[in-house]
Design a protein around this ligand. Structure first.
Ligand SMILES: *[C@@H]1O[C@H](CO)[C@@H](O)[C@H](O)[C@H]1NC(C)=O
Ligand SMILES: *[C@@H]1O[C@H](CO)[C@@H](O)[C@H](O)[C@H]1NC(C)=O
Ligand SMILES: *[C@@H]1O[C@H](CO)[C@@H](O)[C@H](O)[C@H]1NC(C)=O
Ligand SMILES: *[C@@H]1O[C@H](CO)[C@@H](O)[C@H](O)[C@H]1NC(C)=O
Length: 514
């Protein structure tokens, strides 16, 4: 999911007067380029996730996930919407894959629904679920589209949540690895790119601190809305810890049991806004470094160096678990690539009082306030700050040893709208792909780029906002898909046609509604 959006929900402040500055530094990236400027092996694609697109939630043996439960719990931002039908992707996938092929996608990123494949969470495999994903993968490959599979995208089987609290329990590690084993075994002869977990940093904070993503846990006074259960001060750290262990175990399994036969690669995904200091005082500059440690270092430091960032251990104290020596050794290096979901930039303001609080969540432990643009939970548009993506990729190169990167999500949110002329999205994609090219030319080890999202999906506010390159007509029983301008632009770019054929008058348009 566009889950940097989830992080937006954590800390909102309206900053007027900043936008002009942002726009000045926004477009310092290459403007004229074509597909040929990227290496041939670099892949371009688009993505979706299971719960957001499939629907058919009770069909062919699928059991419920925590996302089904959350969507039916009256969560205010969903406005009564849910993924029961979503885009009916479960039935319309053949048509969708035709559209992908028409667009010229070289790769497609999607997730497998754990509770469709293994309805009891562990144990027997649902043959109908297996068939669905086999057909899906075969059909992609038949159209020359590489499948890039995410194993877990926020939708833990509800049965495991009920049994032992899902990711809160260490028992989740064993069940997750058994599920991953089934996926590697059944699909790994054709799937070469595996992502273990989508946005665990957003899941830990959204699901267990702010209570805005499934399973929607939080504790007073930290949640955005009232949660019935949770502990925002400890649970995010615990969940992140178990996810890291689960990820590393799945990678170990792949390397020991499948790599020799299948030759694939396995990575993890993180949501990564870029951070800029709110002012250039030393306090805000230091706070920006802390924010990067708390968002990215939380996972990347264990993955690259075998331990949590020092500042996190210091500020969270005994609320952040510790790795044994063996765990630390096993987590270190347990990735072939890092998937990055990047949308926008936040300003970071030092908050040096927050450590004085007795009860602290991760945001207070960070001693900083994140300031995103706009005063809405989901802004109508993200600021177009492509230079930030370039800085982020440079940062990953410098700070974490230039790991192999896939940009797994990037895209422009807009209010869902029947208008198919999504010019702001075209401008956004054009600018950010340029930023990726600049970063590549400066030595970034990036290997792919995926637009979020292929079509309009069930999002963080139900169906009110959308990121899709295809419009889904929700008033139509058939949920017909219509190409937006962005799909045409992206298709032309991918096919090497008329790369700058759509002229955008940057000066006239004011895309920012705030
Ligand atoms: C949360 O619960 C309190 C008391 O139970 C209530 O007064 C308040 O309106 C609730 N807030 C929201 C956002 O539902
Ligand atoms: C907190 O920050 C303010 C201004 O940024 C500074 O004046 C003050 O000394 C700081 N306090 C501590 C305890 O560091
Ligand atoms: C839909 O988009 C069109 C064209 O960009 C715009 O004029 C219109 O106001 C939008 N409608 C809504 C409801 O946002
Ligand atoms: C290239 O990357 C280095 C860091 O590795 C950075 O300092 C420099 O500013 C980058 N140059 C450009 C043109 O982005």
């Amino acid at each position: 999911m566009s889950s940097s959006v989830y992080l937006l929900a954590l800390s909102l402040l309206l900053v007027i007067g900043k936008y002009d500055d942002v726009r000045l530094f926004a477009y310092g990236v290459v403007d004229e380029y074509g597909r040929d400027d990227f290496p041939a092996e670099f892949v371009f694609g688009a993505g979706t996730s299971a719960y957001q697109v499939e629907g058919a939630v009770l069909e062919d043996g699928r059991s419920l996930s925590v996302w089904d439960t959350f969507a039916h719990s009256g969560f205010p931002l969903y406005n009564g919407a849910n993924g029961d039908i979503a885009c009916d992707g479960y039935h319309k996938y053949k048509e969708d894959i035709e559209l992908m092929a028409d667009t010229g996608l070289e790769a497609f990123r999607f997730s497998i629904s754990w509770s469709r494949l293994i309805p009891n969470g562990r144990g027997s495999v649902n043959i109908k679920g297996l068939q669905f994903y086999n057909d899906f993968i075969n059909r992609l490959i038949g159209h020359g589209i590489q499948p890039h599979v995410t194993l877990f995208h926020f939708d833990l089987p509800q049965i495991l949540e009920d049994e032992y609290g899902g990711w809160l329990s260490r028992k989740s590690v064993k069940d997750y690895v058994a599920y991953a084993d089934v996926c590697f075994r059944e699909f790994g002869d054709r799937v070469l790119h595996w992502t273990t977990i989508n946005e665990p940093n957003a899941l830990a904070l959204g699901g267990y601190d702010a209570g805005v993503t499934p399973p929607g846990r939080c504790s007073f006074p930290f949640g955005e809305f009232n949660c019935t259960e949770g502990d925002s001060t400890t649970e995010p750290y615990l969940v992140a810890h178990h996810i890291l262990l689960a990820h590393a175990s799945a990678v170990r399994l792949y390397r020991e049991k499948y790599l020799v036969m299948q030759h694939g690669s396995v990575g993890i995904n993180l949501v990564a806004p870029w951070y800029e200091p709110y002012t250039n005082t030393p306090e805000d500059v230091k706070a920006t470094k802390r924010a990067l440690d708390f968002n990215l270092g939380w996972f990347l430091n264990p993955l690259v160096n075998g331990e949590y960032p020092k500042i996190m251990k210091k500020n969270a104290g005994n609320r952040i678990p510790t790795f044994t020596k063996l765990e630390s050794e096993r987590i270190k290096g347990s990735f072939d690539f890092i998937g990055i979901n990047h949308y926008t930039t936040a300003y970071v303001k030092d908050n040096n009082n927050s450590l004085e609080m007795e009860n602290r969540d991760a945001i207070e432990d960070m001693e900083a306030t994140l300031i995103y643009s706009g005063g809405e939970v989901i802004p109508s548009q993200f600021l177009v700050t492509p230079l930030s993506l370039k800085k982020l990729l440079n940062f990953l190169k410098e700070e974490y040893g230039n790991p192999s990167i896939y940009i797994q999500e990037n895209g422009q949110v807009q209010r869902s709208n029947r208008s198919l002329i999504d010019t702001p999205r075209v401008e956004y994609l054009h600018a950010y792909i340029g930023a990726v090219l600049d970063a590549l030319r400066n030595g970034s080890n990036t290997h792919g780029y995926f637009v979020w999202s292929f079509l309009d999906l069930f999002e963080m506010d139900g169906y009110k906002s959308s990121f899709g390159m295809y419009y889904v007509d929700r008033d139509d029983k058939e949920l017909a898909r219509y190409p937006k301008l962005s799909s045409q632009w992206y298709g032309d770019f991918l096919k090497g046609k008329n790369p700058n054929g759509i002229t955008l008058d940057m000066k006239v348009k004011n895309y920012f509604y705030y």
